[in-house]
Design a protein around this ligand. Sequence first.
Ligand code: PEP
Ligand code: MG
Length: 758
Amino acid sequence: MKGAMRGSPAGPRLLLRRLREALAEPIGAQERLDKIVVLIAANMVAEVCSVYILRADDVLELFATEGLNRSAVHQTTLRVREGLVGLIAAEAVALNLSDARSHPAFAYRPETGEEEYNGFLGVPVLRAGRILGVLVVQNRARRTYSEEEVEALQTTAMVIAEMFAAGGFETIARPGAPLDLRRPMRLHGTVLSDGVGLGYVVLHEPRVVVTDLIGEDVDHELRRLATSLDKLRLSVDDMLARRDVTDGEHRDVLETYRMFARDRGWARKMEDAVRNGLTAEAAVERVQSDTRARMLRSTDPYLRERLHDLDDLANRLLRELIGRPHLDGADKLPKDAIVVARNMGAAELLDYDRDRLRGLVLEEGGPTSHVTIVARALGIPAVGQVAGAVSLVERGDAVIVDGEAGEVHFRPPADVEVAYGEKVRFRARRQAQYRRLRSKPSVTLDGHAVTLQLNAGLIVDMPHLDESAAAGVGLFRTELLFMVASQLPRINEQVAIYRRVLDAAGDRPVTFRSLDIGGDKILPYLRAVEEENPAMGWRAIRLGLDRPGLLRTQIRALLHAAAGRDLRLMFPMVATTAEFRAARSLVDRELRHLKRHAHRIPDHVRLGVMLEVPSLLFEIDELLGEVDFVSVGSNDLFQFMTATDRGNIRVADRYDPVSLPFLRALKRIVDRAALAHVPVSLCGEIAGRPLSAMALIALGYRTISMSPSAIGPVKEMLRALDVGRLRARLLPRLEPGRWNGDLRAFLAEYAAEHDIPV
Ligand code: PEP
Ligand code: MG
């Protein structure tokens, strides 16, 4: 009875009940809308009630009216921002006016016969913060509508939004004027993982679909809301109290959650919506939709960021109410699923059924984020930084992920779908072509064998060895295993994983790299130190030598796993020969320990260095005197030689590795290694691009390591390459004072002249 004491709550509740009856009737869309406007007008004691729906061309079309001239239906239109209705759509706020005609935005449409009306109340029809239309009531009298009436109309608008989303209105729309809700959209983002995927939207965090909008018993709904809010607050407190919540960003987010969860204003708005006749869950959604709409229009990045937090919180509350606190998007994945998410962890992506997953769209996600690395390993096309993606789609919408152009097409029109179908078939033909190359030797036209190896980092990468017929794993980035784990893997877990890697490789060599953490590679469970220049900070071997516990455990695990086989291990970010020596002595110490305890050890242990810090170039002969092999980490070597942060999109592409200084440096390394009879390979990104790989082979590199999808194109290139001829043309150009042209252009021309596919 609490509700009955406030305003006129019986009114909206009665209206909602009538609306529900109208929704259940087996009638057409137009008839239903016509009925609904009559019901609303009667209930609100208004002379006019009209519904405008937003079309894809940003025009609001009158779809139904009670009180205005019926002949204006489907004739009267207003652009977004035009007239009062356009203003409501543009600002996503209610407009409550006693003298509508004196408002500066008022736009008179003679066909409607609107001139007699003064009182005006219009509210946006919103779904997930997105405008679908506008609902208006009008009165002759100059009257201002009460707060309760505004609330009631907003609640009614929510029911109408659900009705629109359920579909059926396309059939009564004017031909050639599709509705905005189904509007095809092409959005730009950043390529995270190459490839093209066609399929249907699956929301990673499914919107809880509130089907039961209309509450029967206010007190019961208020109690449900209060109980769920209590549970939500407790769960946020719990999360904050957990020991694994380290300081920093994660804690900030949770603190924000706690603040929102305790916000009285938020609770009160939801309670009001319940008093107006909604179920508790419909009230949560209604308030959240409103907040979203307002915050989406804010230009303050801080506020927009908080919107995500509020969204998360509202979703949690909905799940509490519906009684399934952990809805799992990975459940029952449909065929051809494209997962759309704000963001997700690497492990969450691995939870999806790989056979049904065709693509990934993220609102966040950077090229070096962990989920990206996993998407690449799985070969799933992925596009990130697609603003607003989650709120622009419904489950089941058609979607195309273009991981070549960095674009996403939601609800693509038929011609776009056809074009992409062709693109997918073309890519498939290329892949089949590469597969046929699998059994062909990796030898150049003039008979030089080139060993092509894989870069890997997860167990899921290992089947690529067979698929690509690569000769082994040239770089196993062990830190990825640590990054996708939720806690530090214990030694026996590590042993098991390394053993699986070696088993999967069979008699093909695997070169493990010790943990390369620090910099941009943060382990969620290890406290990160704030650093001004993390890439040049306390990372990789530096961290390993200063805090040897972690590195020693890893070395011991690797020695165990490789018992009775060969172990190849290299150290990242080594800057001096002395550092390599220190790392080697850790290995020796572990070996002694194992021998002392009569453990079986590897048949051979070969230790190498990633050559990726420029200082080593000036100590290279000393280094080569001590190591069993070197592998050039060209990504970092180039970053440090040119002083350009590889993770900073503003500068990352500023200089070209296919250029005089860098090719000279690479030549020096391969020449000195040949003199010292030390095997050398290269495992940075340039090994996987046919044109730069061609240059590497001409410089003398005979082992290169790359991502699985690059093996085919690189092999196709090298089988068409006469190394001797290219070398004779390239090397003189690297001599001092001999040539000042563009080396990349020269190589491209050479390839074109000699029919080399690059
Ligand atoms: C490199 O630096 O070139 C390399 C292969 O290692 P990462 O990309 O993991 O730093
Ligand atoms: Mg590196």
